[in-house]
Write a protein that binds this ligand. Structure first.
Ligand code: ACM
Ligand code: ZN
Length: 553
């Protein structure tokens, strides 16, 4: 008897017997959770997930849910037709509203409502409802994160009603695949981790001084030659000590379409960036005629801001850009296209006869603190904005695009703090906040540098720092101006991050902190509470085999 008791205690310790409890206190925290812990529904192997199998999106999410439950707990569920009684029921209900006997058209859904969902757990099982399949996917992620990770015979779900929707429509993460190349398989894993955190915009930075990594079929030499640097600088600063090992890699258009497809299945849009007119040494290496001096230009073997940029006065520059952006639009359906615009020194433009002739032709004069050269950059942006508009797209640019004056519909991504975003919102332009002091997760996350791999910069962007960010900056913006803020983005630059393990270490758990900034309302946010909810998510990271920093400060 004693022996049996001991075995049971041991098995319970190994999570092999008894019902383990689900916990809805997940990351990001849902908007509203009402739980009655005195009553539970028990999920067991062989139970079913019922869904509308005629709806391909709903079917996909049902499959994801089945897979996630098994991955996290070992419990195998069955997929069933919608009208069969099942433990978990997925349903999409349109927004039609009835008044009297007449059906009236409901107001169009906001993007946040489209992602909203409810989860109800009662004696009959788990009901997941949404107005759109996106909401079902978000709800399935919520259930996944509520699961206790381990091998279990059953999981008991306290009765609950969860109602949720995100705060911001744009919840992004940038991955720099230009300073270091990341494989398609890694990017898929990265997208899975983004989806786990409710993120919906993958900003793909893949053209740079250190390598052009997007295939342009009309310019076959561009990616083949422009993606390879002869060597890479070693160490934390730019000490000009090199490894002397050629480094390359680029994405074919087929790779890109595969990423777009994979992301879309996880309700993530891919925002591609061609960074122009600076950060162009990869392209200039192949087409030196596009630079003001004529080159030659090496693909940059070290980091920093390069003086050589595309010539703003050479008509071939616009031809080149339209060819590249044209193919970008063919491959990426995103309504947002990022044109970079950051860190473009004007030294060459000030001395270049072609740039100066163009400035003269356009009649650009120093005014309102705007140099003619900054306005020449705005001219290029304007041309590209028109081109993108003809393809039904809007441009996003880093906050430097404010310097020469914003083009009509430009969206500003504010990285040098929030001031660029504030200035743009005051001009009634849409804004994405990505300030370096809160959102640059290539920087150290711990005070003690000896405890983490060497990376960029001196100041720390800790979890608590990220968590404290308020993107609407209410001290600076009126309520109307705050409406311009589409959302928030974390940026993973990779000058010093060459390997997948390191990339995930930089990302996690800081993305957990960032996703509460993106998803939760300010009243819900509480860092101490966040820290209590984090361990369950970290178990999921371990279960998925992704690296993460195990200290939170
Ligand atoms: C940037 O960090 N240069 C956008
Ligand atoms: Zn020039």
């Amino acid at each position: 008897m004693k022996k049996l008791f001991l075995i049971l205690v041991l098995l319970a310790g190994m999570n092999l017997v008894g019902a383990q409890k689900a916990d809805y206190n997940i990351v990001p925290l849902p908007k509203s959770i009402t739980t009655d812990s005195t009553q539970t529904f028990t999920l067991r192997p062989g139970m079913g997930i019922a869904y509308d199998s005629d709806n391909a999106e709903v079917s996909r999410t049902a499959n994801f849910l089945r897979q996630w439950v098994e991955e996290a707990t070992g419990i195998k569920l069955k997929l069933m037709a919608e009208d069969v009684e099942a433990a978990i029921r997925l349903g999409v209900k349109g927004p039609a509203v009835r008044k009297g006997r007449k059906a009236v058209k409901a107001a169009p859904l906001t993007e946040q409502q489209m992602e909203g969902y409810t989860v109800e757990v009662n004696a009959t099982g788990i009901d997941i409802r949404a107005l759109n399949p996106i909401g079902l996917f978000r709800a399935a992620q919520t259930l996944r994160k509520a699961l206790p990770v381990g091998k279990h015979q059953s999981v008991s779900f306290p009765f609950t009603r969860i109602s949720d929707q995100p705060r911001f429509v744009y919840r992004g993460v940038l991955l720099d695949c230009a300073r270091h190349f990341y494989t398609v398989d890694f990017i898929k894993q990265f997208l899975d981790v983004m989806a786990l955190h409710g993120c919906n915009q993958f900003h793909w930075h893949f053209t740079e001084d250190q390598g052009w990594r997007f295939e342009v079929k009309a310019l076959p030499r561009l990616a083949v030659e422009g993606s390879v640097r002869e060597k890479t600088v070693i160490g934390p600063g730019n000490m000009r000590i090199y490894d002397n090992v050629p480094y390359g890699g680029y994405y074919t258009q087929e790779d890109c379409r595969e990423i777009v497809r994979y992301a879309a299945e996880r309700y993530i849009n891919v925002v591609p960036e061609i960074d122009m007119p600076g950060h162009m040494m990869g392209a200039l290496h192949v087409f030196p005629n596009l630079g003001c001096t004529g080159g030659p230009y090496p693909v940059a073997p070290h980091w920093g801001v390069m003086r050589d940029v595309l010539c703003g006065g050479n008509p071939e520059t616009l031809d080149f850009l339209k060819t590249a952006f044209g193919e970008l639009c063919d491959v990426f359906p995103s309504k947002f296209i990022h044109i970079g615009g950051d860190e473009c020194p004007k030294d060459r433009w000030r001395k270049c006869p072609k740039c100066q002739a163009k400035i003269k032709e356009l009649g650009l004069k120093e005014e309102n603190g705007r140099s003619p050269e900054d306005q020449l950059q705005t001219y290029l942006n304007h041309e590209i904005e028109q081109f993108l508009a003809s393809r039904g797209r809007s441009l996003i640019g880093w906050d430097e695009i404010l310097a020469g004056g914003l083009t009509e519909n430009a969206i500003v991504m504010s990285w040098r703090g929030t001031k660029g975003g504030i200035a743009a919102a005051k001009q009634n332009h849409r804004v994405i906040m990505s300030p370096n002091v809160y959102a640059y997760i290539d920087h150290p996350q711990l005070k003690d540098y000896s405890k983490q791999p060497q990376t960029t910069g001196g100041y720390q962007v800790s979890c608590s720092k990220i968590y404290s960010f308020e993107p609407l900056v209410p001290d600076a913006l009126t309520e109307e101006e705050q409406d311009c803020i589409l959302g928030v983005q974390a940026n993973l630059w990779t000058e010093h991050i060459a390997f997948p393990e390191h990339a995930f270490y930089q990302l996690l758990p800081r993305l957990a902190a960032m996703c509460e900034v993106q998803w939760c309302s300010p009243e819900q946010k509480d860092f101490e509470d966040f820290k209590k909810r984090l361990p369950r998510l970290e178990k999921l990271y371990d279960n998925l085999g992704v690296q993460h920093c195990r200290q939170v400060e």
